[in-house]
Design a protein around this ligand. Structure first.
Ligand SMILES: CCCCCCC/C=C/C(=O)SCCNC(=O)CCNC(=O)[C@H](O)C(C)(C)COP(=O)(O)OP(=O)(O)OC[C@H]1O[C@@H](n2cnc3c(N)ncnc32)[C@H](O)[C@@H]1OP(=O)(O)O
Ligand SMILES: NC(=O)C1=CN([C@@H]2O[C@H](COP(=O)(O)OP(=O)(O)OC[C@H]3O[C@@H](n4cnc5c(N)ncnc54)[C@H](OP(=O)(O)O)[C@@H]3O)[C@@H](O)[C@H]2O)C=CC1
Length: 267
């Protein structure tokens, strides 16, 4: 059941990066359920194709494998969107990730992998889609998924740094591109039950249970709650809102036990 009008995105085209799994899949599903045509991209072709096949039961969904760290692959996604739809209305920068580690144990390669994915990749996709579609159309909407890193992110310093960069990038492009009728906003989820969390082993799994107990709403968030926030920011319901970050974290940005993160690897 949805509180939004079923035709909210009728005749609109959306790109969801990382749309093959977890939160990205839920966002793609929700956009389709509200009338959008959707393109999803991610690195792993087989699960990406499978996700697109399933999503196609809800409406038009196309896919193209793409590593967002490679701008030529991002251009190829834009080519597909041009061929299939001739326009793009909404970009959801959802692809991202990291690995838990104390900052001093992150080597150069690991640091660069996370910065390249979350900061550079997000920039490449935003720039390419703005140049190819939003600026010529004089209309566009960018929603970027970051993380709750308002007080730093001990245990994941690389992603905290990258996402803080993305949040600031969003404020800059929101101002530069307002004249083209482009809005840009972020959604900062707290801990969300998703396929992403399944990638974590102990001691992070135990930490996740503790974070749930610490949360003032006494629970983790759902993918649907993140998708609903994206829907709001991607739609005309938020037409006078740009350059903001919407926290979807059950208050974790105001109240979170940082000591648990600092002590994660029990030195
Ligand atoms: C601590 C708080 C917990 C609360 C968390 C709640 C909030 C956030 C939740 C989420 O975001 S859930 C979503 C999570 N999903 C993912 O993170 C999946 C995507 N992640 C990745 O794909 C990788 O982590 C990546 C590094 C971002 C991808 O880059 P790439 O495919 O290029 O990586 P690799 O070739 O695998 O690795 C490159 C390099 O990175 C270092 N490294 C990778 N994994 C680890 C690890 N587990 N531990 C330590 N170091 C790691 C390493 O240097 C790798 O190079 P090699 O050593 O393999 O040569
Ligand atoms: N779950 C949570 O608690 C939270 C998640 N987030 C963020 O939400 C987003 C989605 O996470 P979630 O659904 O939980 O986790 P998933 O691991 O399921 O999703 C990550 C997605 O990003 C894709 N991806 C990763 N790297 C790249 C890349 N270089 N190029 C293209 N696609 C890529 C993956 O596909 P493939 O492997 O095929 O490339 C996958 O579909 C991420 O940015 C995550 O950090 C933020 C806060 C909390």
């Amino acid at each position: 059941m949805s509180y939004y009008a079923p035709d909210l995105f009728k005749d609109k085209v959306a790109l969801v990066t990382g749309g093959r799994s977890g939160i990205g899949y839920a966002i793609a599903e929700t956009l389709l359920q509200h009338g959008a045509k959707v393109c999803i991209c991610s690195r792993k072709e087989e699960p990406l194709a499978e996700a697109a096949r399933t999503l196609s039961k809800l409406g038009t969904c196309v896919y193209r494998p793409c590593d967002i760290r490679k701008s030529e692959e991002v251009e190829a996604v834009a080519d597909l969107i041009q061929e299939e739809f001739g326009r793009l209305d909404v970009l959801v920068n959802n692809a991202g990730g990291q690995f838990p580690s104390l900052a001093r144990h992150i080597n150069d390669k690991g640091w660069n992998a996370v910065i390249n994915t979350n900061l550079n990749g997000t920039f490449y996709v935003s720039r390419v889609m703005a140049e190819r579609f939003f600026i010529p159309q004089q209309a566009g909407n960018i929603v970027t998924i970051i993380v709750n890193m308002a007080s730093g992110f001990p245990g994941m310093a690389h992603t905290g740094a990258a996402r803080a960069g993305v949040e600031n990038l969003t404020k800059s492009i929101a101002q530069e591109w307002a004249r083209f009728n482009i809005r840009a906003n972020c959604v900062a989820p707290g801990t969300i039950i998703s396929s992403g969390l399944d990638t974590y082993a102990e001691p992070v799994r135990q930490l996740l249970d503790q974070l749930k107990e610490d949360n003032l709403m006494q629970r983790h968030g759902t993918m649907e709650e993140v998708a609903n926030a994206v829907l709001f920011l991607a739609s005309p319901l938020s037409s006078y809102t740009s350059g903001i970050t919407l926290q979807v974290d059950g208050l974790d940005h105001l109240h979170a036990n940082r000591m648990r993160l600092v002590n994660l690897f029990n030195e």
